[in-house]
Design a protein around this ligand. Structure first.
Ligand code: NAP
Length: 437
């Protein structure tokens, strides 16, 4: 009898898990259950719209979804449509692959003012995520502060600073593109609470900031140390040296006649969001390093700005009372309990690139094979019966392919797709394009 597996979440970690299970030789039947109608999670809603090549991994995920042993249930919310306990009763193994979709709050007074957004919401908005498409940020500002020195901060800066021409071949939703490109943004500040050596950017992404058509990076050369010191792996040292070298080149090129500016601000951490109801500025406290950590100095300065995006990491949403551990689901080596597992950012926190989820998939496939024995729980037919009884309108992979075809056909010249951003629009397109039987 096939081992029945339910994977909750159809983002990268969910797909790598399904792929590993298919390859493992285990006789299994896999159901991927996703809250949104659309599959691929971060590939669709997290990867920056101007990094379309990074999204190509969906092709491998699609192969997995089209395997006879796999079935996709989109638009089904675990917790809402199907209680987690019910899912565990129906399947031999349940894998939580729900990622880390929640913004870590900016921990300073005034962070609830209008004009302060977390990167999950802001990136979700420009990537057409149904939960964030109504964010409506006020972009009639000349200065933007982005808190954090990771790749997400660079993504946000690039999307705000690129020219319409540079963003032409992207799937930025039309109204988002219009608002960004009409915005009078001149200065974007990237704020790191530690120094250039401690920044978490990867070098390819950092270098890209020096090649923007209408934006000049500004780096204070005195903020750059002569070399990378301290104990670290050779790989880390090389990456940090590369970043320093890139920043040095940026610090050297000053006479560029470009209109916009990207300011790298190091050793500064938010202390207070200034303004009445909406943001008028960000008060920053200078920091210094002590044993690798940022330490406050008591010296403050103010940065006038009308928009703040906190790109300071993400947390996992709590699922049906599961115990949490530092913004992740509590587990031991990926096992929450026998027959119950967690992978990806829900397991490890929001660290690592898309491919970092691959080993999680392989590890959990091994655990499932160890725990499941010969299976025995009914899985799919019972889930279908339950969803039908509730009148749930789930989206199959064939349905998704029709949505995808619609998005591709509706794309502007040069763009890969025109994203549907609302669940109601998606269901409407599905109803209109349903094949006649
Ligand atoms: P990240 O790499 O962990 O960076 C978070 C940044 O926020 C760090 O600079 C951190 O500083 C800072 N921070 C955290 N709490 C703060 C606070 N209270 N005040 C001020 N600063 C604070 O996270 P991320 O940028 O969200 O990226 C998540 C993961 O996705 C990363 O592994 C990233 O590489 C990956 N990603 C990759 C790509 C790509 O490959 N192109 C694109 C996007 C994301 P400290 O270092 O001092 O903690």
């Amino acid at each position: 009898m096939a081992v029945t597996v339910a994977i909750v979440g159809a983002g990268p970690s969910g797909f790598y898990t399904a792929e590993a299970l298919l390859r493992s030789g285990l006789d299994c039947q896999i159901d991927m259950i996703e809250a949104l109608p659309t599959p691929y999670g971060l590939i669709r809603f997290g990867v920056a719209p101007d990094h379309e090549k990074t999204r190509n991994v969906w092709r491998a995920f699609e192969k997995t979804a089209l395997d006879d042993r796999v079935h996709y249930f989109g638009n089904v919310e675990v917790g809402g449509d199907v209680p987690l306990d019910t899912l565990r009763a129906l399947y031999d193994a349940v894998v939580v692959a729900t990622g880390a979709p929640l913004d870590r709050p900016l921990p300073v007074p005034g962070a609830n003012k209008r004009g302060v957004y977390g990167s999950a919401a802001f990136v979700g908005w420009y990537n057409g995520h149904p939960r964030h498409c109504d964010l409506d940020p006020d972009l009639a500002v000349s200065s933007v502060a982005i808190v954090g020195n990771g790749n997400v901060a660079l993504d946000v800066a690039r999307v705000l600073l690129k020219t319409p021409e540079e963003m032409r071949a992207t799937d930025l939703p039309e109204d988002v593109a219009r608002r960004i490109h009409e915005a009078p943004i001149r200065d974007v500040y990237l704020i790191g609470r530690r120094g250039p050596v401690e920044a978490k950017w990867t070098n390819v992404e950092l270098r890209e900031m020096g090649r923007l058509k209408n934006c000049r990076p500004l780096v204070d050369p005195t903020s750059l140390p002569a070399d990378v010191s301290g104990s670290m792996t050779e790989r880390d040292r090389r990456l940090r040296e590369k970043n320093l070298s890139t920043l040095r080149k940026m610090a050297g090129g000053t006479s560029d006649p470009k209109k916009k500016r990207l300011h790298f601000v190091f050793f500064a951490q938010p202390a207070e969001v200034l303004g009445e109801d909406s943001v008028a500025g960000l008060r920053l406290e200078r920091t210094r390093l002590e044993a690798g950590r940022s330490v406050e100095t008591g010296e403050f300065f103010d940065l006038p700005c009308g928009l703040i995006v906190a790109a300071i990491g993400y947390g996992t949403a709590a699922l049906a009372g599961l115990p949490m551990d530092w913004g992740r689901i509590a587990h031991r080596d990926g096992r929450i309990a026998p027959g119950f597992y967690v992978v990806g950012w829900a397991k490890r926190g929001s660290v690592g690139v898309i491919g970092s989820n691959k080993p999680d998939g392989a590890a959990v496939a091994t655990l499932i094979a160890e725990d499941a024995g010969r299976g025995g729980k009914p899985g799919r037919p019972e889930l279908v019966r339950l969803l039908r009884a509730k009148g749930s309108c789930w989206v199959s992979f064939a349905d998704w392919k029709r949505l995808e075809a619609w998005e591709i056909a509706a794309a502007a010249p040069g763009a890969p797709r025109r994203k549907l951003t609302r669940v109601s629009e998606m269901l409407d397109v599905l109803a209109r394009t349903r094949p006649q039987t």
